[in-house]
Design a protein around this ligand. Structure first.
Ligand code: FES
Ligand code: FES
Length: 158
């Protein structure tokens, strides 16, 4: 066991776990943050998508020892705080478009969507269909067409 410190949803947290434990288990099992979902555990399904220093990443594929004290991890729980609102515009767009079916993949989908829109904005342009094609998050319920509509609507308000 060793101590690991990082910033989670805007606040410093410390955990005492083995270096090799993947961050997803630290978030879910040690810290009780359950927004990032466990689907595959091997960086394929993207159900656990969260943000690492503002960029999308999959905590099931990162060892806790590889996170530095200054690194900022944001999960769906912390997303509204990034815009100082009750809900992030992308979450509002999700509700307006009634995207979710079973809901399991949706936190990861929203986090992937926000990161993708920010990526496009950083390049000085709006999100396009090619960007949407790059989002690889799996939805077993097949909500993909509503996801695409919601991302475009959410992007317009970001
Ligand atoms: S659980 Fe992380 S990518 Fe599948
Ligand atoms: S809404 Fe059920 S897995 Fe996507």
């Amino acid at each position: 066991m060793s101590k690991h410190t990082f910033i989670l949803n805007g606040k410093p947290v410390s955990v005492d776990v083995d270096d090799n434990v993947r961050l997803l288990w630290v978030l879910r099992d040690v810290l009780g943050v359950r927004g990032p979902k466990y689907g595959c555990g091997i960086n394929v399904c993207k159900a656990c998508t969260s943000h690492f220093n503002g960029k999308a990443f999959n905590p099931c594929s990162v060892r806790v020892a590889d996170i530095k004290a200054t690194d900022e991890i944001t999960t769906i729980e912390g997303l509204p705080d990034t815009v100082k609102a009750d809900l992030h515009p992308m979450q509002e767009a999700w509700l307006e478009n009634d995207v979710a079916q079973c809901g399991y993949c949706q936190p990861g989908q929203i986090m992937a969507a926000v990161a993708k829109v920010k990526e496009a904005k950083a390049k000085g342009r709006e999100i396009n269909d090619a960007d949407l094609d790059e989002i690889r998050n799996v939805c077993r319920c097949g909500t993909y067409s509503r996801i695409r509509e919601a991302i475009k609507a959410g992007a317009a308000k970001m």
